[in-house]
Design a protein around this ligand. Structure first.
Ligand code: BTN
Length: 327
């Protein structure tokens, strides 16, 4: 009964701390009060707590701290008509699932969310550590039908909007480390992996994958990750409402993608870069295939390449690669 649960959860979320009468829920759904009660019982088994008071109704007192597709949809609040949300408790990789759905003809835009990935993929053939039910693994799928050159800055654009969201809504000092990492206090909290299918010089399909460390405990993570990575919970010192966050991410990505496709975003890209860039002014080593360039980061070009000033005073633009900060 996904739609029934979404209607109930939406009403309880909108009421905030207040009670919602069983009668009004039953009327809105065209079911009996016992039917409402039965749905709430089912949701209790899934990690929700509801307070029930005679003659007043129900209120939501606790929500699950893991992804719950109906709760995410209830939080979407108006954005549900703008994007389809698919949820898998477990999948090999949400990027791979999004690619399969695109190949099968599913209309865009849609997002694949998963509670767990068995083969989460990172950049440069790496794996993405994807423990169960405490992080966000999301892949957004679009069919841009646009020349690949025009899509070059999409990851940067979306990543900067995600920084902006996390900064404004959660007051977290999130920075974007060019080209694909989100950092908080020098540690990686999220990675982005954009994959595209280009055909006859048009980007036909585009999948933007986001792995965001949210509420997972890191004690059992591989040692190198414990040193390099962090979670939003650690940064904000309390667990986050992951379904609310997932809905906010979805709303932000859909909105940012639409404005990107309309064009005229160049000034906004530069403004967001100034605000959320991690590398500016730092000495770095950039590796492009077998080539290595060292220099100080001085900005980005309009097409999203990283600009370095080398020791000899030359300006070099790096369009892709791996960057490490030299301390
Ligand atoms: C990186 O920093 O190397 C990029 C990591 C991207 C991970 C996300 S998790 C959701 C989506 N599915 C995947 O298999 N990878 C991306």
């Amino acid at each position: 009964m996904p739609q029934t649960d979404i209607v109930i959860l939406k009403a309880l979320l909108n009421a905030k701390e207040a009670f919602v009468s069983g009668n009004s829920l039953a009327n809105a759904l065209g079911i009996s009060r016992v039917g409402v009660w039965a749905r709430l019982e089912k949701m209790r088994e899934q990690g929700f707590s509801f307070e029930a008071v005679r003659h007043r109704g129900y209120r939501l007192v606790h929500e699950p701290l893991q992804l719950h597709d109906r709760l995410t949809r209830a939080y979407l609040d108006g954005n549900e008509t703008r994007i389809k949300v698919l949820y898998e408790p477990e999948v090999d990789s949400t990027n791979s699932e999004a690619e399969r759905q695109l190949a099968a003809g599913l209309g865009d835009p849609f997002v694949v969310l998963a509670g767990h990935q068995t083969k989460g993929r990172g950049r440069l053939g790496r794996t993405w550590h994807s423990p169960k039910d405490c992080n966000i693994y999301a892949s957004f799928a679009f069919r841009p039908q646009m020349a690949p050159a025009r899509m070059q800055t999409i990851t940067l654009w979306l990543g900067l909007h995600l920084c902006d969201l996390l900064h404004r809504t959660y007051d977290l000092p999130i920075k974007l480390k060019w080209p694909n990492d989100l950092l908080v206090e020098d540690k990686k909290v999220a990675g982005m992996l954009t994959e595209a299918r280009v055909d006859s010089d048009l980007t036909r399909d585009l999948v933007f994958g986001l792995g965001l460390n949210v509420n997972c405990r890191m004690e059992n993570w591989p040692r190198d990750l414990q040193q390099r990575a962090t979670t939003l919970q650690l940064a904000s010192r309390e667990p986050l409402r992951i379904n609310k966050l997932a809905a906010e991410l979805i709303g932000t990505v859909v909105e940012a993608y639409e404005s990107f496709m309309k064009g005229g975003w160049q000034d906004e890209l530069m403004r967001l870069w100034q605000e959320h860039d991690y590398l500016g002014g730092r000495p770095v080593k950039a590796v492009r295939g077998r080539e290595e360039v060292e220099g100080k980061v001085i900005g980005i070009t309009p097409d999203g390449s990283l600009q370095l000033e080398t020791k000899s005073g030359d300006t070099v633009a790096i369009s892709a690669g791996e960057v490490t900060v030299k301390y």
